[in-house]
Design a protein around this ligand. Structure first.
Ligand SMILES: [Zn+2]
Length: 251
């Protein structure tokens, strides 16, 4: 793959140099053409489809469940996952529900940030469409005092799995988008109405991946603090679960 990328870069630079030599354009036009070319090239995307069967909902995961399944999950999709040791078991329990991205390359890290948790592709893997994407799920270990209860370590085990499921739903969304679409999503996320719509769709995707009970635990534990974040309320999550026959709940 590296040779293909090198060859592509070489060809691109050669064409640009020849173009610059033969076509009399100003430097500004040349730069604009380069930016346009960058976005056009990065609009190409061929995601590799994973298998689709989503595991059944589990009302409550216990530490014993995680310990029992650990080696099987590691064997099944542990390749290319670099996780902080304190999060690995919860991350694997959540990823187990996302068979489409089992083969993805993930880093799950503790970071110093004001956001309790976030998910994004690693920027340098978005520079060319032929680079293998890598995804970062960041978990804050230092929050302002008023948001301390939303910190990962202060959540119950099921809420931790639920919030990692929410972040994996973001990763899944990126997975099907081209680099250009991801960059445009990043820009649009600064608008409150887009952010709200995306977060609602992400919660919906988490319920569709049968992590509704876990998302509900997370929502109940943090809703009072993050209710302006655009996420679904516990009542709305429960309503979605009741509509989904996999949860076996009365409508
Ligand atoms: Zn989110």
């Amino acid at each position: 793959m590296k040779n293909t990328v090198d060859l592509f870069l070489f060809g691109l630079i050669l064409v640009l140099c020849l173009g610059m030599y033969f076509i009399p354009v100003s430097l500004v036009q040349y730069i604009l053409a380069g930016i346009l070319g960058f976005f056009l090239i990065n609009a190409i995307h061929f995601p590799r489809e994973g298998k689709q069967e989503i595991p059944k909902p589990v009302q409550e995961y216990t530490l014993e469940d995680l310990a029992k399944n650990k080696s099987q999950w590691e064997q099944q999709f542990g390749k290319h996952k670099i996780c902080d040791a304190s999060v690995t078991d919860q991350f694997f329990a959540a990823l187990h529900h996302y068979p489409e991205i089992h083969h993805g390359r993930f880093f799950v890290k503790r970071v110093k940030t004001d956001y309790a948790h976030s998910s994004r592709p690693i920027w340098y893997t978005l520079l060319l469409p032929f680079l293998t994407r890598k995804y970062l799920i960041a978990i804050s270990n230092q929050l302002p005092p008023e948001r301390e209860p939303t910190k990962f370590d202060n959540l119950s085990l099921n809420a931790q799995i639920g919030v990692l499921g929410h972040e994996l739903s973001h990763s899944l969304d990126y997975f099907y988008k081209s680099n250009t679409e991801i960059m445009l999503t990043g820009i649009a996320y600064s608008f409150a109405s887009f952010k709200k719509r995306l977060e609602v769709e992400t919660d919906q995707s988490t319920v569709d991946h049968h992590l509704g009970f876990q998302l509900l635990s997370w929502s109940k534990e943090v809703n009072a603090i993050i209710k302006d974040g655009g996420y679904l309320s516990p009542e709305k999550i429960e309503a979605l679960m009741r509509k989904n026959p996999a949860y076996l709940l009365k409508p």
